[in-house]
Design a protein around this ligand. Structure first.
Ligand SMILES: [Zn+2]
Length: 443
């Protein structure tokens, strides 16, 4: 659907912060400050309240971007922001932005938040957790009359689930063609953005330049089952995987299944079966978290009495390293060539245009999250995100980081999506303390 901008990791280290000895002084800060805790019940209540917008009679959610549920949910969220003293504005891409002043207005803002739109029949945590926890951070600072050095920005990105549209626009990557694409709501992106109060004709006015934000932090549910399985509390995200798709075509010869002897066949499906196993072997032969899948297959003529003549498959590879994806694909190509020769078929690959490049999170911010979590007594794991997020887009213009909390049963993009209240609080506390810690490290 779109090509994501290649992410060159802009690190805080590059901004010279490691020279300030920030890692050392984290510990000092935590001794003084870690008794400050979010109001977990308030977050859970708000997640429940937001879930009512777009919910049908069966209790399933339909807060798809640009639909009524989304529009009403956004209005509710902005009302909550006003209650917390933020004066939310809607930028040209329909992103909701609320600012809180810092002691030092010359400093760049620390931004955090997520999205509140969902996939059809989606869950109540994917997006709302990070959005409502961002609001909770503001509430808590207000209640404790705390002023940060940096200005703070709560950002709720528009249409995350439909292709990270709002964050892509903010990073300068939403093109005129992109605005004309149809969204899940049936409206084009441009029409949808208008429907939620944005201005697609002035889309460039929402663009932030590299260096405009001090950092972007996003708390999110894991959407997988690793943290739960390993009984861990906090995931420190190292990056968001790149995804590449290939259409694989295997061509043999369709012939009579009764009269064609076994040794005279050019069976495209048999070759495909060997190819599918080869893909699995290649992906498993290398250490790491890479995944490779044949998730799609179609054959012709698809009949009992005909040797299959042609098979078209979908191959997907995901990893944090673009080079590794290329290396794995070259291995798969080699195996395909040998299978084709032996089976008297041809195997060809067509790379699809919708690939997304891996986005790495900032190493210094990863350390800040890990230190905050440890100081609060939580177990942590450095891990990758197999799903796409707004942070992936923002990584092009700012140092970004993500905090993961466990998803029960690893279920997401489903009305069964659930994260326990204790994990909700844990994640929000790590978000709060990470913000306070990085705020202290630049005067
Ligand atoms: Zn999400």
């Amino acid at each position: 659907m779109k090509r994501r901008t290649f992410i060159k990791n802009t690190s805080l280290t590059a901004l010279g912060l490691s020279a300030l000895g920030m890692l050392d002084s984290y510990s000092k800060y935590f001794v003084l400050g870690n008794d400050l805790k979010v109001n977990g019940q308030r977050i859970v209540n708000r997640i429940t309240e937001l879930s009512k917008y777009g919910m049908d009679e069966q209790g399933h959610g339909y807060r798809v971007a640009f639909t009524r549920g989304d529009i009403e949910g956004r209005a509710w969220f902005m009302e909550q922001m006003r209650g917390a003293g933020l004066e939310p504005i809607i930028d040209a891409a329909g992103n909701i932005v609320g600012k809180r002043m810092g002691k030092n207005p010359s400093l760049k803002p620390i931004a955090f938040g997520s999205h509140i739109d969902m996939v059809p029949d989606g869950g109540n945590y994917d997006g709302p957790l990070g959005s409502i926890s961002a609001l909770e951070v503001i509430e808590l600072l207000n209640e404790n009359k705390m002023m940060t050095e940096h200005p703070l920005e709560v950002i709720i990105f528009s249409n995350e689930e439909g292709g990270t549209i709002g964050s892509m626009a903010m990073a300068g990557g939403l093109t005129k063609e992109g605005l004309q694409q149809k969204s899940q709501s049936g409206l084009t992106m441009a029409e949808g953005i208008k429907a939620i109060g944005g201005n697609p004709d002035r889309i460039e006015s929402c663009v932030r330049k590299k260096g405009d934000l001090y950092a972007w932090l996003e708390l999110h549910i894991e959407q997988g089952g690793i943290l739960e399985k390993e009984n861990l509390q906090i995931g420190v995200v190292e990056g968001i995987v790149g995804i590449v798709h290939w259409e694989v075509m295997v061509e043999g010869f369709a012939n009579h299944a009764g009269t064609t002897p076994m040794n005279m066949r050019q069976d495209a499906l048999l070759a495909s079966a060997q190819f599918i196993i080869a893909v699995n072997e290649v992906i498993n032969a290398v250490k790491g978290n890479q995944v490779g899948t044949i998730g799609k297959i179609g054959l012709t003529p698809n009949a009992y009495n005909v040797v299959p003549g042609k098979v078209v498959m979908g191959l997907e590879i995901r990893d944090l390293s673009a080079d590794k994806i290329e290396m794995l694909f070259r291995e798969i190509e080699k195996r395909a060539a040998s299978i084709a020769t032996k089976s008297k078929t041809t195997i060809s690959f067509k790379r699809q245009a919708n690939e997304s490049k891996p986005a790495l999170t900032d190493k210094t911010l990863q350390q800040a999250i890990n230190a905050s979590a440890k100081a609060l007594g939580f177990s942590t794991k450095f891990m990758q995100s197999g799903a796409g997020h707004d942070s992936q887009e923002i990584a092009a213009i700012a140092p970004v980081a993500m905090i993961f909390v466990p998803s029960v049963g690893g279920i997401s993009h489903s009305y069964k999506e659930f994260t326990k209240a204790v994990d909700v609080s844990n994640g929000a506390n790590v978000l709060l303390h990470t913000i306070l810690a990085i705020d202290k490290h630049k005067g």
